[in-house]
Ligand binder design. Structure first.
Ligand code: PLP
Ligand code: ZN
Length: 408
């Protein structure tokens, strides 16, 4: 039922077995990707199963007989957003709402694969560094699998909702004085030294789960969209989604490919800077800063894969300001009823910016990936929306406040 798989270095091409625990190529130090031999299957055959990550088993590299660790992730709504499309100045705009995943972000798609892999390798403990959602997700899946979970967070920089999840799911949470990039370096070293299975997006098995977002969009839309807009932090997700579209095309299920649109926050935009300069190396941003904490990353490990996705797809790239992110976040919620966290809104903000500058054709059909749920970061919401009005429990006082809106 599952496809055969192996690891391959994206630079030197050297291949490694699927059971080797590697996070970078031992020969040249570059990133690894999973290569699968997809099984013959049609969309129609797969459509007999419920819409979720595991609908697409023919594309998911798991050992026969493995215990699948799942919380029923994926199958998230694809909303058609006409009002937002008008605001963004684009022909049609869809939101793929990843906040509807079990722990409230797309990370769950990756963790169901990653923790299943950890389990079948016989690991007893898993770990990650996190801007928040990776730890929220990993801690839930580790709990479900009965594994010990270690989480390293940059101190004071993680949204309250995400921290709450990791703590309640029983992860051992360690906060380090430093930013995400420092935390990731630390956890990579510690994991190798202590034999703990690392589940950051440098782990290519996680991306195999995340690629199912592309499959679902094809299923839900009935075709391949022209453009897919994705917020970029550590850059695993845009790479995974591109891989998904390519695998569907490669196995003849679809005939075309979308253009990938990578959006970063201005204060944390090393990949956009690199593409603007048409350079071939990334220059890390040393003190990344943005309201969108989930993409507050200055030295994204997966940049070579993201750059490849954008270049191969003749894609687009742009950086948006915190003001643009917050404005988009408010309009997504107020015009369409969809609650997203700031990082998610970067994709929508990016579309408006791209049509305004002429980079994106106004007739385009765009799917915006909205990566996480509004409730993840309540402090940011209070910060931009303020607190509710307060009055005495008195009919007159309350009616006076209501009067301008409601006339009876
Ligand atoms: C993790 C995350 C991102 C960034 O994804 P990358 O794969 O690191 O680029 C964006 N938005 C949210 C809500 C996230 O949790
Ligand atoms: Zn290599």
């Amino acid at each position: 039922m599952f496809p055969k798989s192996r690891l391959r270095c994206i630079d030197c091409g050297k291949e490694y077995g699927k059971d080797e625990v590697l996070y970078v190529c031992p020969t040249c130090g570059s990133l690894l990707e999973v290569v699968i031999e997809p099984l013959k299957v049609s969309l129609k055959q797969m459509a007999r199963r419920p819409l979720k990550v595991w609908r697409y088993v023919e594309f998911l590299p798991v050992d026969e007989g493995a215990e699948i660790i799942s919380l029923n992730e994926g199958g998230t709504p694809l909303y058609s957003c006409n009002k937002l499309a008008r605001w963004a100045g684009v022909g049609s705009l869809y939101i793929k709402y990843e906040g509807a995943n079990p722990t409230g972000s797309f990370k769950d798609r990756g963790m169901t694969l990653g923790v299943t892999k950890a389990k079948s390798l016989g690991s007893k403990a898993v770990a990650c560094a996190s801007t928040g959602n990776t730890s929220a997700s990993l801690s839930a899946y580790a709990a479900r699998a009965g594994l010990t979970c270690y989480v390293i967070l940059p101190s004071g920089k993680v949204a309250m909702g995400k921290l709450a999840q990791a703590m309640m799911h029983g992860a051992r949470v360690i906060s380090v004085k430093g930013n995400f990039d420092d935390a990731l370096k630390l956890v990579m070293d510690v994991s190798l030294k202590m034999g703990i299975y690392l589940l950051n997006s440098v782990n290519p098995w996680r991306l195999e789960g995340q690629k199912t977002l592309a499959f679902e969009v094809v299923d839900q839309l009935g075709h391949v969209p022209e453009i897919v807009a994705v917020p970029m932090g550590n850059c695993g997700n845009i790479s995974a989604i591109w891989k998904g579209f390519k695998e569907f095309e490669g196995s003849g299920i679809t005939e075309v490919l979308p253009r990938m649109y990578g959006v970063q926050a201005e204060g944390a935009s090393p990949v956009v800077n690199m593409l603007r300069r048409n350079a071939d190396r990334l220059e890390p941003v040393t003190n990344p800063e943005t309201v969108a904490t989930a993409i507050r990353i200055g030295n994204p490990v997966n940049w070579p894969k993201a750059v490849r996705a954008i270049r191969e797809s003749r894609g687009l790239f742009e950086a948006v300001s915190d003001e643009e992110i917050v404005e988009a976040q408010r309009l997504i919620a107020a015009l369409e009823g969809i609650g997203v966290e700031p990082a998610s809104a970067a994709s929508v903000a990016g579309v408006r910016k791209a049509t305004a500058s002429g980079m994106m054709d106004r007739r385009s059909e765009v799917v915006c990936v909205c990566t996480g749920h509004l409730l993840k970061d309540p402090e940011e919401v209070i910060g931009v929306c303020g607190r509710p009005l307060e009055v005495s429990p008195d009919l007159r006082a309350v009616s006076e406040l209501l009067a301008p809106q409601i006339r009876m």
